[in-house]
Write a protein that binds this ligand. Structure first.
Ligand SMILES: *Cc1c(COP(=O)(O)O)cnc(C)c1O
Length: 222
């Protein structure tokens, strides 16, 4: 297994190059997706300088939380069942998978503080993916104004599984456009300044198209 330190250096270099190509200075935060690795490997990522960790199961999250005392931000990146909200919601800093009103209602009921949320959008429209269509996302976000515990910090998407960079880029471009549409609504608890997009195979394209959070598993800790 490659050293995480070395992987991180390569990824950071690629991100810098992508920013230069796109002529942007936006801050890009790397979330180390540790769902498939153990606590020791996660500690190695933190030692290498990682400040954000991503998990997609309540059990995996709890396991890492119990073992790790470092000051890091915890991101829940998987689809969250309504009945698991109670267990998870006060333990995390960011939720990347807000996609339905019933989930928002349960968060409002269970959270003891404001939760930073990304609304998950299925830009590509693939059946296998969670998330709202672009049109549904806008209507959904308008309804979130009533929830005092929810802050919509941004939008999240997953690109389709394809070798075709044009298709991937188009998905990220659409998420950026949707973000602009949402910020124009000027909803108080919807700053929507962030874009969570890009994984091991497509983070460079995502950064070129405006990602502020990339979620990287395999290429970093795998
Ligand atoms: C697993 C996962 C990732 C990381 O995927 P890699 O291809 O290993 O980088 C990112 N986002 C979500 C939502 C995931 O489930």
């Amino acid at each position: 297994m490659a050293k995480i330190e070395n992987n991180l250096e390569v990824i950071q270099h690629h991100i810098e190059q992508a920013k230069q190509r796109a002529n942007t200075q936006q801050q890009v935060n790397i979330i180390a997706v540790t769902k498939q690795v153990d606590v020791a490997r996660t500690e190695e990522a933190i030692a290498a300088g990682i400040l954000h960790l991503g998990e997609n199961r309540p059990e995996g999250l709890e396991n890492k939380l119990q073992a790790i005392d470092s000051k890091v931000s915890w991101h829940y990146i998987g689809s969250l069942q309504t009945r698991k909200v109670k267990q998870v919601i006060d333990r995390i800093d960011y939720l990347h998978s807000l996609d339905r009103l019933s989930l928002a209602q349960e968060i409002e009921k269970r959270a003891t503080k404001t939760v930073k949320c990304f609304v998950q959008v299925n830009v590509s429209g693939e059946d296998s993916k969670h998330g709202l269509t672009n049109e549904q996302a806008v209507e959904f976000i308008k309804q979130l104004e009533q929830f005092s515990k929810i802050e919509v910090v941004g939008l999240m998407t997953m690109a389709p599984f394809t070798e075709d960079d044009t298709v991937i880029r188009n998905v990220f471009k659409q998420l950026k456009q949707l973000q602009q549409q949402v910020t124009e609504l000027s909803i108080p608890n919807v700053p929507c300044t962030e874009l969570s997009m890009g994984m091991s195979n497509d983070y460079e394209i995502a950064v070129e198209e405006g990602a502020t959070f990339v979620r990287i598993g395999t290429a970093l800790v795998g």
